[in-house]
Design a protein around this ligand. Structure first.
Ligand code: NDP
Length: 245
C-alpha cells in the first residue's frame, strides 16, 4: 500500500520568509520565490528588499525583533511555510589574531541567529503540519579554511542543527535541509584580494564563482513538491570544490 503524502501545499502562493533577503544570495532567493508567485517576506537590517517582497527590519540576533517580523509576515501572508535562514557574516582572521568579538559575532549571527529564526518558524509549521526549512551553510563548514575558524564552526553547526531538526520535525511533515554554497559573487567575497580570488578559482573544477541565482535554484527546488521526500540533506552548490561534501 502506498503511504499517504504530507499535506499538499496550497494552490496559491506560499508564505516564504528569507533572512538577509535584501542583497547577495538572499536577494536572489527572494526574487526566485517572487517570480514563481509565492508571497515573500525578507528580513534585513539595512533595507533594500526587492520589489514584490514585504520588507521587515530585524536583526537575527534580536529575538524580540525576529518574533515581531514573523508576526508581521504572518499577518500579511499567513503562517510561514518556507523559511530560508540565509543571513550570515564573516570576520576572517587567523586563530591567534582572532578577537573574542570576531568569534562571538559570527557565532551569534550565523548559528544562534539561525536558531532564533528556525525556532520561531517551527512554531507555525508544527501547527500547519507542513513546512520547509532551508539553512544556508557553506562548503567551508565541511572542508575547513585557514582564517575562518569562527565562520567554519558556525556553518558546520548548521549541519548538526538541520539533521536534528529533520528527525524532530520530519514526523510532522516538515523537511529541513542545508545548502552549502562554494564561492559566490556577492559583497561577502568582494573583499577578497584578486590573488585570493584567483587561488580559489584554481581549486574549483568549474573554474568560476557561482552567480547568486545558481544557489537560489537549489533553494526553490528544496521548497518545491519535487523535493517533498528530501530531508536532512546537505546539498553542495560549489562548482565541485567540495566534491560532494
Ligand atoms: P552578503 O554579505 O552579500 O549579505 C549578507 C546578508 O546577511 C545581508 O542581507 C545582511 O543584511 C544579512 N545579515 C548579516 N547579518 C545580519 C544580522 N545580524 N541580522 C540580519 N541580517 C543580517 O552575503 P552573501 O549573500 O554572500 O551570503 C549569504 C549567505 O550565504 C551567508 O549565510 C553566507 O555565509 C552564505 N555563503 C556565502 C558564500 C559566498 O561566497 N558569498 C559562500 C557560502 C555561503 P543587511 O544588508 O541588512 O545587513
Amino acid at each position: 500500500m502506498t503511504e499517504p503524502r504530507s499535506p499538499e501545499r496550497p494552490a496559491s502562493g506560499r508564505s516564504v520568509l528569507i533572512t538577509g533577503g535584501n542583497r547577495g544570495i538572499g536577494r536572489a532567493i527572494a526574487e526566485a520565490f517572487i517570480a514563481q508567485g509565492d508571497r515573500v517576506a525578507v528580513t534585513t537590517r539595512a533595507g533594500g528588499a526587492p520589489d514584490g517582497a514585504l520588507e521587515l527590519k530585524a536583526d537575527v540576533t534580536d529575538r524580540a525583533a525576529i518574533d515581531a517580523a514573523f508576526t508581521a509576515a504572518e499577518e500579511a501572508h499567513g503562517p510561514v511555510e518556507v523559511l530560508v535562514a540565509n543571513a550570515g557574516i564573516t570576520r576572517d582572521t587567523l586563530l591567534l589574531r582572532m578577537g573574542d568579538d570576531d568569534w562571538d559575532d559570527v557565532l551569534a549571527t550565523n548559528l544562534t541567529g539561525t536558531y532564533n529564526v528556525t525556532r520561531r518558524a517551527a512554531k507555525g509549521m508544527l501547527r500547519l503540519k507542513r513546512g520547509r526549512i532551508i539553512l544556508i551553510s557553506s562548503v567551508v563548514g565541511l572542508l575547513g579554511s585557514p582564517g575562518q575558524v569562527n565562520y567554519a564552526a558556525s556553518k558546520a553547526g548548521l549541519v548538526g542543527m538541520a539533521r536534528s531538526l529533520a528527525r524532530e520535525l520530519g514526523p510532522r511533515g516538515i523537511t529541513t535541509n542545508v545548502v552549502a554554497p562554494g564561492y559566490v559573487d556577492t559583497d561577502m567575497t568582494a573583499v577578497l584580494t584578486d590573488e585570493q580570488k584567483a587561488g580559489i578559482r584554481d581549486q574549483v573544477p568549474l573554474g568560476r564563482y557561482a552567480h547568486p541565482d545558481e544557489v537560489a535554484g537549489t533553494v526553490t527546488w528544496l521548497a518545491s513538491d519535487a523535493a517533498a521526500y528530501v530531508t536532512g540533506a546537505v546539498i553542495p552548490v560549489d562548482g565541485g570544490l567540495g566534491m560532494g561534501h
